[in-house]
Design a protein around this ligand. Structure first.
Ligand SMILES: N[C@@H](CCC(=O)N[C@@H](CS)C(=O)NCC(=O)O)C(=O)O
Length: 223
């Protein structure tokens, strides 16, 4: 739900990324959370290849997303999603027990699944033509596949990680969908779970909004 420039929630995103990253940049997670609770926002787009120096004061590593809401300035998609979720029962159960589970799954996505994703992406983008890439990927894939199998067990026959959709599912689905499933043994329950999350109208709106903000591919820049 991108908004007119007078609204007070602002997220920082990129104005261009290579094709492979489109639909996966982490401002998507923030957009998705905002869409789920019907909050309007505006985007401030920066150049990933030429980041404004001042931006490092907002996000210490110069990454996106960053978030502003009045005098609240946040970075880290997990912290931002938690902040948004606390505003609305649709993402965060009001009962303490339900809230505790939602927060646990949010951290689980970021601490127990996301590090594998980061590992895969460091190999992909930082190892040049190193001949050991496939081997390194296989080293990460093995414990990741075990973790996905256990996650499928935890999900069981439910649609969501608990008895309803929460911010924990939002972060888990967003994290899982950025793994390249093609090369991994992924339980059907997990790919179905990701597809369920992606089918949510709020996810689709967030995805469309991210893609709409991205300029066409840059000539001469590899995807
Ligand atoms: N832990 C941060 C990671 C943010 C992150 O990795 N952002 C990526 C885009 S998805 C980025 O800005 N990459 C470019 C860079 O690191 O310079 C979060 O979850 O918000």
């Amino acid at each position: 739900m991108p908004a007119e420039p007078d609204t007070f929630i602002e997220i920082v995103a990129y104005d261009w990324v290579p094709a492979a990253a489109r639909g996966h940049v982490r401002d998507l997670r923030v957009r998705w959370a905002l869409e789920e609770v019907g909050l309007r926002y505006r985007t401030r787009l920066i150049d990933v290849q030429n980041k404004p120096t001042a931006y490092y004061a907002e996000q210490p590593f110069g990454q996106v997303p960053a978030y502003r809401e009045g005098d609240i300035h946040l970075f880290e998609c997990g912290a931002i999603a938690l902040h948004i979720a606390e505003k609305d029962e649709r993402l965060m159960p009001r009962d303490p027990a339900g809230r505790a589970r939602a927060v646990s799954w949010l951290f689980c996505a970021l601490n127990s699944i996301d590090p594998f994703l980061t590992g895969m992406s460091v190999i992909r983008f930082n190892s040049g033509d190193a001949p050991w890439q496939d081997e390194a990927r296989a080293v990460i894939a093995k414990p990741l596949e075990r973790r996905l199998a256990l996650l499928a067990d935890a999900l069981g026959a439910r649609s969501w990680l608990e008895d309803r959709f929460t911010v924990g599912d939002l972060m888990m689905v967003a994290t899982l969908r950025s793994l390249s499933f093609g090369t991994l043994a992924v339980p059907a329950a997990i790919s179905d779970y990701v597809a369920r999350g992606e089918a949510r109208p709020a996810f689709q709106a967030a995805l469309a909004a991210q893609l709409a903000d991205l300029k066409p591919d840059r000539e001469g820049v590899p995807a």
